[in-house]
Every structure is written in structure tokens, then in C-alpha cells.
Design a protein around this ligand. Sequence first.
Ligand SMILES: [Mg+2]
Ligand SMILES: [Zn+2]
Length: 255
Amino acid sequence: MAQIKKQLIVFDFDWSLADQDTDRWIFEVLAPDLRREMKDEKEAIKKNKELQARLQQTLPAGQMPSDSIKNALRVMPFHPAMVRGVRYLKEAESPKTTFFCLSNSNQVFIDTILEKQGLSDLFDEIVTNKASVTDEGLIHLRPRIDPEAGGVPHSCQVGCNPNMCKGDELKEFLRKREERGETFDRVIYVGDGSNDYCPVLRLRAQDLVLCRRFRGLEGRLENEGRLGQPGSIVKCSVMKWAGAWEVEEIFKQKL
Ligand SMILES: [Mg+2]
Ligand SMILES: [Zn+2]
């Protein structure tokens, strides 16, 4: 293999960089009854938005809902080995690594957790759903592709959620960088969920996916991607992991 001088690492956030799902976690901590509704509800995305609004209304009086939510996120599981691993990669002189976060969580949740973990400077770019804190202390969420703001629906056929096609977002990130004359000898994608399958299909032979085991991505790679079988449509290499300590090990010893 040719020498790798520059690489891009793309991180999904929930259950990949972080050791939990941000949306579910805040309900588990602050409103378990709503968490139950979320689990029983099939239309997860629509319901989640409704539940977010109800959660904010039901939080204790006298405290800003956004403060309660941020405090819950600050105690969300985040593996120390992941912190060590990404720090190691970021500080390494060769290859030089660019960090890109591609997440279906939202900007406020991600910023809050990165700050708590001392990783505010980690990412060169974050693409996620828009969020802001209102004057009333509520968290206002908007989808990445926002019909109310004139957002054009994506045409992905792989099954991405309406609010974001992660494959399109990765392609756009790479296109913008290439326009500036920047290319990557290798792309490493760290993901776990079924919505990470679309971007992983766009990876090249010299690229690598670090796929978390026992979650949606692994199944799609094997069933739809026919991973490891003749005629597989997965072009990149695949390494599997279950615990963040294994990601740290890969970063330090196997890349
Ligand atoms: Mg995930
Ligand atoms: Zn897609």
C-alpha cells in the first residue's frame, strides 16, 4: 500500500464516538415514562420531536430545561479509551488526520458532550441537525434538511432518514475539500447504525470502516452489502469492534 500522508476520520456520534444514544439518554435520565413511549412508538423520528417538546415542558420549574438536559448529557457514558484514542490520532504527526463528525444528533447535544470530555477542539467540521437555546431556556431543534427553511429533500435510495443522507453529506464534504486542493489517501469511518450504511457504501478500496458489532450497520453490511461474499458491493476494508478500548487499540497499533 502506498504511504498514507493524509487521512480523514469520519465519526458517527451516538454509540460510536459516545457510548450511548443522546436522544434516548436524556429521556432515561429525566423522563423515563417518555422513554417508554419512545420505545413503544414505531414512528420514531416524528414522535421524538413531539417528545422533546413535552420533555422540556415537564422539567422542574425554576430550572432552565436546557440546563437539565445539558447536565444529563454531561454524565452520559463516554469511554475514556475513546478520549485517549482520538487524542492520540489527532496529535500524531504522520499521517495527519482531519476529523469530521457526521451525526443525526444535534449541535447543542454534541457541543455539550465534547466540552465535558475536553474534546471541543477535536473536529474540523461537524454536520448534524441544527439546535439552539432560546431565551426561555428551551432547546430548539431543526432537521439538517429543513423543509421550513427551503431545504431540498435528498433522493437517497439506500434508506436514509428524510432529515439527512449521510452518504450525500460525506460526498459534499469531500467535494468541498477537493475544491480547495485537499484530498485524502485514506478515509476511516467509525459507525454503528443502519444510517451509517449509506456513507460506508461510498468508501473506496483504500478506505476503512470501523464497524461497531451487534448494531444496525453490521447487519446491513452482511445482508445487503453481502460482506465477505462473492459480488459484495462493499468496496472498503472492514474492521469490527465492540468496546471503545478496541478502537483505541486499532488507532495505536493497527492502522
Ligand atoms: Mg450511531
Ligand atoms: Zn443516503
